[in-house]
Design a protein around this ligand. Sequence first.
Ligand SMILES: Cc1cc2nc3c(=O)[nH]c(=O)nc-3n(C[C@H](O)[C@H](O)[C@H](O)COP(=O)(O)OP(=O)(O)OC[C@H]3O[C@@H](n4cnc5c(N)ncnc54)[C@H](O)[C@@H]3O)c2cc1C
Length: 422
Amino acid sequence: MGNGARRDNDTRGTTTMAAPSCVSTDAVARHAVARDWGGQVRVVPDYVARPRTEAEAQEAVTWAAEHDLPWVPRGQGHSCGGRAQSAGMVVDLSGLDTVHDIGPDFVTVGAGITWSQLLDVAAEHGLAPPVITDHPHLSVGGTLSLGGVGGTSYRHGAQADSVVRMLVLTPEGRVVRCGPRLRSELFTSVLGGSGTAGLILRATLRLVPAPGLVRRIRLTVDGARALVEAQRNLLGDEKPDHMQGQVRVVDGDWRHRLDLAEFVDATAGPSWVSGGRPLPAELASHAGEVERTRHTHREFVHRGAEDEARLREAGHWDAPHPWAAVFLPDAHAEEAVEDILGGLAPRLLGEAGLVLVYPLRSIMLRAGRPALPQGAVVWLCALLRSAPPGDAVAAREMEADNDRVHRIAEAVGGTRYRIGAR
Ligand SMILES: Cc1cc2nc3c(=O)[nH]c(=O)nc-3n(C[C@H](O)[C@H](O)[C@H](O)COP(=O)(O)OP(=O)(O)OC[C@H]3O[C@@H](n4cnc5c(N)ncnc54)[C@H](O)[C@@H]3O)c2cc1C
């Protein structure tokens, strides 16, 4: 596995490397997986495996292991830094998208299914995953192998925390079951392991009742410190179900905004989120413009769709994304977020860029490598940079600025979240 250079005596396409039927040397297939969301690493693999079944995946991986061929799993290719790329073989798991079983509080799926596909199936049963990332079209295997966090993660942990058990293909090609109490070492190292410890074939995930209605409130606040303080105040009794701090450049100025939501049923009475009650005092003291909306859960999960369409049209969706993402200890969250944002020139985020700042808890990420910082609550600070289309110089400057972000985080005991560029 991994991205190591392929062996020197590679004999791609010759009879000595006669490949299983799901493995292809087709140029179009190989070039289709040569790039990722980050857009800064380009590696054309010698082979692409497109298994439709778990047996085919095992066949491909066993064959690669026998031929000492490096390989890497790939879901939707939405990570940065070439994590789903290899010069040897890329195993494209999008064909493993079966829903094997669904019960009153769990679902068992193939790891190539996307969260949005899973969500639609779960919704038919009145259920939903407890955590969904901001972009729901990522694969289950892809987010579990990095962690997968969202606005509900301060209540429910990472997506990796919702895994009950998994079926894993080891680097040698063995299929193994694992869970928190069954081969727990393998379980822990695969979750958050960036695809290096094993390939997730199938995962059983905890589900919760799907909310009937999402009431959302977005408030502007005056600066980075207020963005952290307001969210910390909400960690007490007034917790909303979803909480995210967001920073953007709007007309050349920084805009800090809280995006909060409560998950209720249609008969729920008024609250400060819906507007029938006053804002909690600690929040009111920070709040500027306030906007309230109501959504179905599906609309809320797909809330980024309009932005996506706009970014695609303007060429930003396919532009380089030199992302930096760090976890910060609660004790130093304000100062580190202020330092990170204070030294950030608007052009180093990009007009389509976004910074996320929000608190979370996670057991699985705590056990990961690198582990979360100390403390029950940690803060995500993610600079989702977007270079102007075609501007390679800007992309390199953004990448260089990532070093600054990493240094600030490390100085206060923070760690990196691997969704960022390396
Ligand atoms: C627009 C956008 C929004 C995002 N929002 C969030 C967010 O809100 N929260 C968050 O946490 N992340 C977010 N991310 C980051 C995203 O969660 C990760 O990049 C995730 O890995 C992408 O999933 P993927 O299916 O594209 O994985 P890929 O990019 O294909 O793979 C990512 C890593 O997982 C490994 N992998 C893939 N499938 C498997 C498998 N079955 N078994 C083992 N390893 C595997 C790969 O080898 C690679 O190392 C976002 C990304 C984008 C592009």
